[in-house]
Design a protein around this ligand. Structure first.
Ligand SMILES: [Ca+2]
Ligand SMILES: [Ca+2]
Length: 69
């Protein structure tokens, strides 16, 4: 996600990593509250490797490394 490798995630990098279509699941040209929350829920599940409903620092760091590959 940190495409310019400055160890910080800019707004532009964040936006590029999360294209509109990922949120707009039914492709109706708008992101509903449900679509927005569902997408973030999926992200949470991906970060929460051991599924204990909490993202530990290690899980967060691992997910960030995987995303920045
Ligand atoms: Ca939609
Ligand atoms: Ca966890």
């Amino acid at each position: 996600m940190d495409s310019n490798k400055d160890r910080a995630i800019t707004q532009a990098e964040y936006t590029a990593a999360l294209p509109f279509a990922v949120f707009d699941q039914n492709a109706d040209g708008a992101i509903s509250r449900e679509e927005f929350l569902a997408t973030h829920h999926r992200m949470f599940m991906r970060f929460d490797a051991d599924a204990d409903q909490r993202i530990s620092f290690l899980e967060f760091a691992t997910a960030q490394r995987a995303a920045g590959r």
